[in-house]
Design a protein around this ligand. Structure first.
Ligand code: HEM
Length: 391
């Protein structure tokens, strides 16, 4: 059997619908060599979970992307560090991301959501992606970081342009690299201002305090802020966009998503995360020889862990390819597993709960009106444009 073209994470086909390829990988090639990129792919739930748990064998320290995208964020990206240096840096951020602290942002997120919804009141045609599902998470991460409001428009377009990783492209564009430098210069300035003027109540201040306490280096501001920008701008917006798209195409009804009090049902959020993981995969590099599924991988092999495929593994989930809103059972791997488990999980869940409940309370139904546009990324699966008619 020809196994050379089952799956390519950079292809247009994968961008459109990777799930048929994932199914084939799980059934026929559970550890698959992607020749075009010289990397391996793990696709079954148990294998993905085990690899994520075993950071000593499957290291993040050589970057979690492929090709020319490897280590694009640079020094300080905790996602691309192994313990113990990873743990030191994670502690700088962790207090603000605890559930208790995150809850304090609830009223601000609700007010931001209502403000965005007020913004399209009276219009019947809007772009839910541009005007809501992408916008709310972006404004939220900007507020958490401490970006001044006057800079929101610039930071939004610079961030989104820098993060573009469209299908078919082997590496970041020159424009993306230039914007990265511009953003990093700005972030370093924001952190250093707080070191001089005194901390305020935001993530830039947490970093300023971290540097002054010797827990992080100034040079690590780069990777840490870029990772937070990416995590904050791309992921929750995909989750919310995937839910909005499902409502707009009548795959689900608002009343199935909300409980009797109008609150968004928590299990429904988990099921959307399982069904269409916002982050489809990330890479690891082996630190010793590994034998799996009949293949001998030498030290230094780059292995993609396909979260999204693991979440559709029928070995773990009944009716794995169906959206079952009240599903129980194995925890999905959309937020990862192990030492790099998503720090932003409480924030992402809360934003989605508050944002989507606010939207559906005002607009219980809306219909797709034109072609939605997928987010331009080979890793992130969601929509940047969802044109709808509101009713
Ligand atoms: C639905 C939304 C989200 C999803 C699906 C998601 C997914 C993930 C995944 C899979 C990882 C593990 C990466 C790895 O193993 O290499 C991760 C890590 C991380 N996430 Fe999220 N994320 C989401 C939202 C957020 C938000 C809103 C933030 C904060 C603004 C955030 C911050 C982080 C950070 C800082 C890490 C790195 C943790 C570490 O390396 O120790 N995430 N996320």
């Amino acid at each position: 059997m020809n196994s050379t073209d089952v799956y390519d994470p950079l292809s247009h086909e994968s961008h459109e619908d990777p799930y048929p390829a994932y199914a084939r990988l799980r059934d026929e090639f559970p550890l698959y060599f992607i020749e075009a990129h010289g990397v391996w792919a793990l696709s079954r739930y148990q294998d993905v979970r085990e690899a994520l748990r075993d950071w000593e064998t499957f290291s993040s320290a050589q970057g979690v992307e492929i090709g020319e995208y490897v280590q694009f964020f640079g020094e300080g990206s905790i996602q691309e560090l192994d313990p113990p240096s990873h743990d030191v840096l994670r502690k700088v951020l962790a207090p603000r991301f605890q559930s208790r602290r995150i809850k304090e942002y609830g009223p601000l997120i609700r007010a931001t959501a209502e403000h965005l919804i007020d913004g399209f009141a009276g219009r019947s045609r809007i772009d839910l992606g541009q005007e809501f599902t992408q916008r709310l998470p972006i404004l939220t991460i900007f507020q958490l970081l401490g970006i001044p409001q006057d800079d929101y428009d610039w930071a939004t377009s610079a961030g989104l342009e820098m993060l573009r990783r469209p299908a078919g492209e082997a590496g970041p564009s020159a424009a993306a690299a230039a914007l990265r430098e511009e953003l990093v210069g700005y972030f370093v300035d924001q952190v250093n201002r707080r070191r001089v003027d005194g901390p305020t109540d935001d993530l830039f201040s947490d970093m300023a305090l971290g540097i002054d306490a010797g827990a992080m280096k100034e040079s690590e501001i780069q990777g840490l802020t870029l990772l937070l920008i990416a995590a904050g701008m791309e992921t929750t917006s995909s989750l919310m966009g995937n839910i909005a798209h499902a409502v707009a195409t009548e795959a689900v009804a608002a009343e199935d998503l909300l409980d009797g009090t109008g609150a968004f049902r928590a299990p429904a959020i988990e099921e959307f995360l399982r069904f269409d993981a916002p982050g489809q995969w990330l890479a690891r590099v082996t630190t010793r020889p590994v034998t799996m599924h009949g293949h001998d991988l030498p030290t230094g092999s780059r292995v993609l862990v396909l979260f999204a495929s693991a979440n559709r593994d029928p070995r773990e989930y009944e009716r794995a390819d169906e959206l079952v809103l009240d599903r129980e059972g194995a925890r999905n791997l959309a937020f990862g597993e192990g030492v790099h488990f998503c720090l932003g999980m409480p924030l992402a869940r809360m934003e989605t709960r508050i944002g989507m409940a606010a939207l559906l309370a005002r607009y219980p139904s809306f219909r797709l009106e034109g072609e939605p546009v997928r987010y331009p990324s080979h890793v992130i699966r969601g929509f940047e444009s969802i044109p709808v008619t509101l009713s």
